[in-house]
Structure formats: structure tokens, C-alpha cells
Design a protein around this ligand. Structure first.
Ligand SMILES: *[C@@H]1O[C@H](CO)[C@@H](O)[C@H](O)[C@H]1NC(C)=O
Ligand SMILES: *[C@@H]1O[C@H](CO)[C@@H](O)[C@H](O)[C@H]1NC(C)=O
Ligand SMILES: *[C@@H]1O[C@H](CO)[C@@H](O)[C@H](O)[C@H]1NC(C)=O
Ligand SMILES: *[C@@H]1O[C@H](CO)[C@@H](O)[C@H](O)[C@H]1NC(C)=O
Ligand SMILES: *[C@@H]1O[C@H](CO)[C@@H](O)[C@H](O)[C@H]1NC(C)=O
Ligand SMILES: *[C@@H]1O[C@H](CO)[C@@H](O)[C@H](O)[C@H]1NC(C)=O
Ligand SMILES: *[C@@H]1O[C@H](CO)[C@@H](O)[C@H](O)[C@H]1NC(C)=O
Length: 386
């Protein structure tokens, strides 16, 4: 009994120090040293907007809560020498002078949200953060994402980091979105292990490498990229739209295994893309097939169903390219409006009406009468093919 009391008191003191019912706010570096004996801190830690640095949250291994620093103009450095896991959000938002973030053992956070950090050039995540549900890195001066190597996530958004020129992760799948946009114009992007994803958006990238991608539950968007070629060698299914627009150097596109696109397939304003012979296995487009630019050849040999409109508008002549699609329209395999025009000065997307140029029209442009006629003929045709 004599020993028990001091032990209990010590444990109680440690408990009070190592937890907070809501958020513990740190005003200065001295406040942070109070955590030195806490292996786990239960509760959130915030750094006061006026707190000067450096703030070292040393000792804590697991932060069962959030770590938040927002709107602070004084803080230059934040660190945690033993921190391995943050079960909540690690947010640094609008910390103008922050230039050092050092968490050499951090491997796991639920959300990593970094925004408006104009002096942050590198991440001191030596052990690499490999588990996170959501990652959002915006408006930083980071030179690379070294230190972030996520295996699986709901969302990863990396935008407007004008110095990041290399993004490479072991990511195997992404259940909501992966978006890269507005980073360095030379950014090389590679997700060598990515097998399935929901929505993928790549804008303003120099190269994008997705060698293993097999399935997209939603869309793939490639806009304003600098690459000369793009290939998705293992992709068979796009569960949303596939949009490849305004990539000024793009001359070659390859989707050798793609069979189905559930929404629109759009290739617009890729001024150097002359030949679209990129979809040898594509059978079904449940939206529109919409192409414009300076296109000379289009071949989608297995195409058998377009539920929406067909639009091909080109600066070059497309009379022979149009023919197979006009035939599909005649067979009612293209359901929506049909526009196929070449030799145009101004090309437009689906829904626009080209002026001038040369136009190919389906011979039996599907009037209700023709549709009816086709339906009547179907029995005979079926009998013939038997
Ligand atoms: C940021 O902090 C300053 C003073 O420290 C305050 O005046 C301002 O309202 C804060 N801004 C936001 C968005 O919290
Ligand atoms: C997602 O990717 C990770 C990492 O490659 C893998 O361990 C996991 O099994 C994948 N999950 C699904 C549902 O595909
Ligand atoms: C996406 O599709 C893959 C493969 O078909 C499937 O395993 C996964 O559960 C789907 N994910 C979502 C979020 O629907
Ligand atoms: C492409 O898919 C095939 C069949 O699923 C697989 O064997 C191959 O390893 C994949 N290629 C890549 C680069 O992942
Ligand atoms: C595709 O582009 C890369 C550089 O972006 C280049 O190295 C490669 O040769 C190109 N491949 C083809 C087939 O043009
Ligand atoms: C293509 O370019 C035209 C003219 O600049 C523009 O009006 C149109 O919105 C662009 N379409 C797409 C899908 O980028
Ligand atoms: C269209 O492409 C052809 C073939 O590459 C080229 O000769 C022509 O100059 C291009 N026209 C325009 C308007 O870009």
C-alpha cells in the first residue's frame, strides 16, 4: 500500500499530461516538452497561430487525434522525433514561414492536408508515410514528394506545387480520386503498381506512366499534358468518361486492351493527334464518341455500340474515316446525333454544327420510318443468318 499511492499519483499525472478531452493548444516550445513522457497522446494538438518555433513534439509515438497548425506566420519548424502514427488529420495550412517538417518515424496518418506553405521545400518523413486515407498537398514549394509513398488510399490530390517534378508511388489502388494538376511542367508521374482506381485526373504533366492499370470504376481525364504519347497497356474497362483533351504535343495514344467506356469517349483539341487507331478492342461506348482536331484517320474496328452521339470534326479530310461510322449509324449501332465533317477551319465538340467543309451523312439517316423498317427486317435478316 505504501508504494501504491505514489505510483497511482504518477500514473494519474501522466494521464492528465497525455490526454486532452478536446484539443490541447501549444503556445510555445516549452508547452511541447510537457509531452516528453507520453508514448500515446489521446486527443488533438493544435499550435497557436502566434506560436513561435521551433515546436518539437518529442516523445509521443502515437497521436490519437489530430495535429493542426494553421494560419501561423511565426513558425518555421515543427518536429516529432518518435511519432509513428497520427490517427486523425495532420494539417498544416497557411503557415507562411514553415520551412522544416521533421517526423523521421512517421508512417501512418489518416489525413495529410498541406496547403499554402510557400517556404516548405522538403518533407522530413525519413521512414516514409505509407498509409493514409486522404492526402492533399497544395500550394507548397516542395521539390518532390519524397517521404510520401502511399500503398492504398481513398484520395490523393497534388495540385499547384510548382517545383514538384517527380511523383512516383507504390500505390496499388485508389478508391475515390487521384488528381495531379498545376505542378511543375516537367513533372514525371509514375504509378507502376496501380491496378484499379476510381477517378484519375492528370493535367499539366510531362509524362504519365500507368503500366499496370486494369480497371477504372469512374473516369480518366488527361488534359493539357506535355507528353507526345500516352499508353494504358493493361486497361480494359473505364467505368466513366475517357477524356483526352488539349494535349498540344500528343501524337500517339494507345489503349490496346480497352473494351468498354461507360460514359463519353472524347478526344478534343489535341492538335498533333492525326491518327486515332488506338482502340483495337473497343466494342461499347455508353456515352458519346466525340473527336475533333486535325484528324486524318480513325479506326475502331470492333466498335458495335455507341449509346450517345457521334461527332468527328477535323481540319483534314475525313471522308474515308467517316464511312465505317456512317455504316454503324445506318445499322442503328450509333444511337444519337451523327456529325462527321472534314476540311473545316473551325472544329467543335459534340453538339456544335460545323460550317463549310465536307460532310459525310449516313445513307439511311435514322428517321423513325427507317428504324421501324429495320425492326421489321430484323426477323428476315435473322432467318437469313441462320
Ligand atoms: C489568421 O490570424 C490572424 C492573426 O493571427 C487573424 O487576424 C486572422 O483572422 C486569421 N485568419 C484566419 C483565416 O483564421
Ligand atoms: C489495394 O492495394 C493494396 C496495395 O497494393 C493491396 O494490398 C490491396 O489488396 C488492394 N486492395 C484491393 C481491394 O484491391
Ligand atoms: C472498383 O473496381 C474494382 C475492380 O472491378 C473493385 O475490386 C473495386 O471494389 C471497385 N471499387 C469501388 C470503390 O467501387
Ligand atoms: C498486365 O495484365 C496481365 C494480365 O492480368 C499481367 O499478367 C501483367 O503482369 C500486367 N502487366 C503489368 C505491367 O502490370
Ligand atoms: C513516348 O514518349 C517518350 C517520352 O515522353 C519517349 O521516350 C518515347 O520514345 C515515346 N514513344 C513513342 C512510341 O513514341
Ligand atoms: C477546344 O478548343 C475550342 C477552341 O479553343 C474550345 O472552345 C473548346 O472548349 C475546346 N474543347 C475542349 C473539350 O477542350
Ligand atoms: C494537319 O495535319 C496534317 C498532317 O499531319 C498537316 O500536314 C497539316 O498542316 C495540319 N493542318 C493544320 C491546320 O494543323
Amino acid at each position: 500500500m505504501r508504494l501504491a499511492l505514489p505510483v497511482l499519483v504518477a500514473a494519474g499525472a501522466a494521464y492528465a499530461q497525455c490526454s486532452a478531452s478536446g484539443t490541447r493548444t501549444i503556445q510555445n516550445s516549452g508547452d511541447a516538452t510537457a509531452f516528453a513522457n507520453c508514448r500515446t497522446f489521446a486527443g488533438s494538438i493544435a499550435i497557436a497561430t502566434s506560436a513561435p518555433g521551433p515546436i518539437a513534439i518529442d516523445g509521443i509515438q502515437t497521436l490519437d487525434g489530430n495535429l493542426i497548425v494553421t494560419n501561423n506566420t511565426n513558425l518555421r519548424s515543427i518536429s516529432g522525433n518518435q511519432l509513428r502514427e497520427i490517427t486523425g488529420t495532420f494539417e498544416a495550412n497557411d503557415v507562411q514561414n514553415l520551412n522544416s517538417v521533421s517526423f523521421p518515424n512517421l508512417e501512418k496518418v489518416d489525413e495529410l492536408l498541406f496547403n499554402a506553405l510557400p517556404n516548405l521545400q522538403s518533407l522530413g518523413f525519413t521512414a516514409q508515410v505509407s498509409e493514409a486515407t486522404n492526402v492533399r498537398i497544395e500550394n507548397t514549394e516542395l521539390q518532390s514528394l519524397q517521404g510520401i509513398n502511399i500503398e492504398t488510399a481513398d484520395s490523393i490530390v497534388i495540385v499547384n506545387n510548382r517545383y514538384i517534378n517527380d511523383v512516383r508511388m507504390q500505390l496499388g489502388n485508389i478508391s475515390t480520386e487521384l488528381t495531379l494538376e498545376g505542378n511543375n511542367a516537367d513533372v514525371k508521374v509514375a504509378f507502376p503498381n496501380l491496378i484499379w482506381a476510381t477517378a484519375l485526373t492528370f493535367r499539366d504533366c510531362a509524362t504519365v506512366d500507368l503500366p499496370s492499370l486494369e480497371t477504372l470504376n469512374s473516369s480518366l481525364t488527361l488534359v493539357g499534358n506535355a507528353f507526345t504519347n500516352f499508353s494504358a497497356p493493361n486497361l480494359t474497362f473505364v467505368g466513366g468518361a475517357l477524356a483526352i483533351n488539349e494535349n498540344p504535343n500528343l501524337a500517339e495514344v494507345s489503349f490496346p486492351l480497352l473494351e468498354e467506356v461507360v460514359d463519353n469517349l472524347e478526344l478534343a483539341n489535341n492538335t498533333k493527334l492525326n491518327k486515332i487507331e488506338s482502340f483495337p478492342e473497343l466494342v461499347t461506348i455508353q456515352g458519346a464518341l466525340d473527336m475533333n482536331g486535325n484528324i486524318t484517320d480513325v479506326s475502331i474496328p470492333k466498335l458495335n455500340e455507341v449509346s450517345g452521339a457521334f461527332n468527328l470534326q477535323s481540319k483534314s479530310n475525313v471522308e474515308s474515316a467517316c464511312q465505317p461510322f456512317a455504316d454503324l449509324k445506318d445499322k442503328d449501332k450509333i444511337k444519337g446525333e451523327f456529325v462527321c465533317s472534314g476540311d473545316l477551319e473551325v472544329v467543335g465538340g459534340e453538339g456544335t454544327t460545323p460550317t463549310g467543309g465536307s460532310t459525310v451523312k449516313p445513307t439511311g439517316a435514322a428517321s423513325p420510318l427507317n428504324v421501324q423498317h429495320n425492326a421489321l427486317m430484323f426477323g428476315l435478316a435473322a432467318a437469313f443468318f441462320l
